[in-house]
Design a protein around this ligand. Structure first.
Ligand code: NAP
Ligand code: MG
Length: 398
């Protein structure tokens, strides 16, 4: 390796598997260079989250990062880890710094039956990574009064809009987005889709949100017409906009094989729906692409908290490491492409093949057992699964 990967370590069960994957599947084969950031919850707390910001800047500087799942702190975690403070979600912080788009793509394997059998091909989700509810200002309203939105322009002129006359206590939320970010998001979607030869669906709720969601719809249409329509038509692909509820209904009956672009919150929810419909949260990868070309790879599941507590009691859990492994292979392949290292790229491909073949041969973790078309050969714990993949990788040659 010529340029180090930015490595962001995390929490709980995924942290345990992170170390195991490196030990068994990476270090024996790759002269691995990483710039390491510990995003474990305690360390983020100790540094008042400076470590998260440094890691995000390192990804912007070096171009490629790989991230383990991390705990987003809440009151329960504050007590559990004796934290000084509640910090924002590290992913939200990183996304805001890189201003990227998150693409989530299911990992499909022959022999695993998706919960929605109509889907012949995976549905890739593109999630806008800036703003909306993730950057909202919220206020608890103690009692009766008037809530307003106020915009003060640079020249001092003021525009006000009444939100509500509050008859009693309640809550209010104000969120925003920026045209430049929406435009960058739409370009990232169209560019990614052309590369992967996918049609694009974009869904929002402009019938209700006549200014906010309407802006998203208009920017997508403008960017498509001016910059992408010709290339899409040449490739036999299409773009269309539809309402989010219509899209949700049509997705279930579709055959898959397209890119579904979604606003930040919709993308968060729908990617979990797609992943679990595909079979398991552990069979979904996630990549954040910034307009500058920097990329961060991760699994789309969380830290698998319940398994971690069982592991702490001594159990060898059957947690599926596939998406974590694919985060590493995605990052290594990207580094290989940027730095002209074909051997490294080929290794990433072999490791993915070894994992898919292990699953395809019926050696699976517990989450996949119910999805197997034929009875699995063996249901393995994470350690045995990683050993089985390592064995296949070994016989595939170094
Ligand atoms: P989760 O870690 O995604 O796990 C939810 C459930 O999904 C698990 O209990 C497990 O089901 C199943 N699952 C997820 N990944 C699996 C895997 N690799 N192998 C097998 N089963 C898997 O979500 P959570 O428990 O709601 O969240 C735990 C922590 O993760 C939270 O503190 C949250 O803040 C954080 N989180 C982080 C990220 C991120 O860093 N990207 C994303 C989401 C959540 P069973 O228990 O039925 O086996
Ligand atoms: Mg989520």
């Amino acid at each position: 390796m010529k340029v180090p990967l930015v490595e962001l370590d995390g929490d709980e069960m995924t942290r345990v598997l992170w170390a195991l994957v490196k030990e068994k599947l990476l270090l024996p084969y790759v002269d691995l260079h990483t710039e390491y950031y510990d995003l474990g919850l305690k360390r983020r707390d100790d540094t008042n989250d400076a470590v998260t910001v440094e890691a995000a800047r390192a990804i912007a500087r070096l171009g490629v990062g790989v991230k383990c799942a991390t705990i987003t702190s809440n009151e329960a975690r504050k007590a559990e880890y004796a934290l000084e403070r509640l910090l924002p979600s590290p992913n939200a912080t990183i996304r805001a710094i890189l201003d990227g788009t998150v693409f989530r793509k299911p990992i499909t394997v022959q022999g695993l039956r998706p919960a929605i059998p109509a889907w012949e091909k995976p549905i890739t989700i593109a999630r806008h990574a800036y703003g909306d509810v993730y950057k909202a200002a919220e206020l608890a309203i103690p009692g009766p009064g008037t809530v307003e939105l106020v915009y003060t322009a640079e020249d001092g002129s003021v525009t006000r809009r009444k939100v509500a006359d509050m008859p009693g206590s309640g809550v209010v939320q104000a969120m925003h987005n920026i045209d430049a970010s929406i435009r960058a998001f739409s370009r990232a979607c169209f560019r990614y889709a052309l590369g992967e030869r996918l049609s694009v669906w974009f869904a929002a709720k402009d019938t209700i949100s006549k200014t906010y969601d309407q802006r998203f719809k208009a920017i997508f249409a403008e960017v498509y017409e001016n910059e992408f329509r010709a290339d899409f038509e040449k490739a036999g692909l299409e773009y269309f906009y539809t309402l989010i509820d219509d899209a949700a209904a049509r997705i279930v009956k579709s055959r898959g094989g397209f890119l579904w672009a979604l606003k930040n919150y919709d993308g968060d929810v729908m990617s979990d729906l797609i992943a679990s419909a595909v079979g398991s949260l552990a069979m979904m990868t996630s990549v954040l692409m910034s307009p500058s070309g920097a990329m961060e790879f991760e699994a789309s599941h969380g830290t698998v908290q319940k398994h971690y507590y069982r592991w702490q009691k001594g159990e060898r859990t059957s947690t599926n490491p596939t998406a974590l492994i694919f985060a590493w292979t995605g990052a290594l392949a990207r580094r290989a492409a940027l730095d002209g290292l074909p051997d490294l790229g080929a290794f990433a491909g072999r490791l993915e093949r070894a994992v898919l073949d292990t699953i395809g041969a019926g050696f699976v973790t517990g989450d996949l057992a119910p999805l197997c078309e034929k009875p699995p050969a063996a249901v393995l714990d994470s350690w045995a699964f990683i050993d089985a993949a390592a064995q296949r990788l070994g016989t595939a040659g170094k």
